[in-house]
Design a protein around this ligand. Sequence first.
Ligand code: NAD
Length: 500
Amino acid sequence: MSTAIPTVKLLINGEFIESTATEWRDVVNPATQQVLARVPLATTAEINAAVAAAKSAFKTWRRTPIGARARIFLKYQQLIRENMKELAALLTAEQGKTLLDAEGDIFRGLEVVEHAANIGTLQMGEMASNVASGVDTYTVQQAIGVCAGITPFNFPAMIPLWMFPMAIACGNTFVLKPSEQDPMVTMRLVELALQAGIPAGVLNVIHGGEAAVNAICDHPDIRAVSFVGSTRVGTHVYQRASLAGKRVQCMMGAKNHAIVLPDANKDQALNNVLGAAFGAAGQRCMALSVVVLVGEANSWIPELVQKARAMKISGGAEPGTDIGPLISCAAKSRVERLIGQGIEQGAKLELDGRQPDVPGYASGNFVGPTIFSGVKPGMDIYDEEIFGPVLALVSAATLDEAVAFINGNPNGNGTAIFTQSGAAARKFQEEVEAGQIGINVPIPVPVPLFSFTGSGASKLGDLGPYGKQVILFYTQTKTVTARWFEDGSVAGGVNTTISL
Ligand code: NAD
């Protein structure tokens, strides 16, 4: 292994340590193919040591006062703000998205950290007095122990920050397994978390792929697993970790549809559709990858194509870039293959983004904006999550037909409608089957006052990440029923009926 290339460290019990792994992977800048670092596939002993550190730290961390926990996250949000530019540059270098989008990735995670700083008002139980004579019932939301998080490559700041701040603020300890494709910005965020005051053992990080994930699913000392990634892997994680008795939440793949009605504000609708289809090169779980044009809106296709053609494809660090590279050479080949299949299977290629000319970045993993019309279920470009800058256009005669089309798709992460009709928007909101609805908003990812509520085939498990739902995920509700007897009022005799 070359000594000139930095290695990504593990975090075990407060120490950043060099792995003794024999298997390593390159972390590659997807715009240039420069190797930025090498990341280990942690050994079983290292994974066990991380879980053991978390288990041991839980004994004291669970008793840390709420205010002390909250103040760490107050400090942490400040550190993230102060280091925003450096974090964004690191994220763009290893992930590829534009610098502004990288700041957005960090900012959406920062909002969860701010929310974690409010843990005092979030982790509260309920009480009812005199549920029977002299009897009170109340609940407490207690930390559950060691929790684990497994994260994807496409939001290497936001998604780790969906997980460990809320879990730790609730009094749990954590083992994080970031994506092995871009772990560097995650590790910098973890360093800042320790600087903010997270004690040794409360947050641990291991690296790896399939074997590390399976070890997390199986480990008897891990109580809950939060996963974000593809449907294939998420389904496996859900089944394997559930079978091992853990709580599991899996946020998975998507195929998000938007409806454009002919009464929409045309410029707003087309600009929003393009931003949501091609931003981050289509590598967002809330990307709009299918647009159903209703009636007259079908005549807007030439304008949509013209606007897409004008988008700038370049390295994410270049000013004015709209679309950066895909994460890997393999991802690029897959997207190109799917575009080829779209043509073969009869869709009309309105704009071909394959092999774009990107001055200064000849070896980057670029695919430009690609638009198909006449797309139908049964075509691979419709049935698969492409996770690239490929937009499928579908035509419908009415709003009812468009909603029925969307409801025929098994995924349910998000959807959007563009219209100026309140009645149409309300009907859409009532009838469409997806967990997150945008009304003239293209990527309706909720702020952390709410929870991420993907549904259908895009999610396994009941409770979503961040917001109110995740407090329930990361805590055990204990319901206490108590009776205190006043002196001399203790009634005698055995009572075998079910009553209080
Ligand atoms: P992925 O499923 O390939 O990887 C996710 C995690 O699983 C990574 O940490 C990876 O190391 C691990 N992993 C990979 N292969 C594995 C295997 N065979 N067994 C066990 N673990 C394995 O996902 P990705 O490509 O990193 O991310 C893109 C996917 O994530 C897309 O499908 C996207 O829609 C989804 N995503 C969903 C959401 C959401 O909130 N629903 C958010 C972001 C991304």
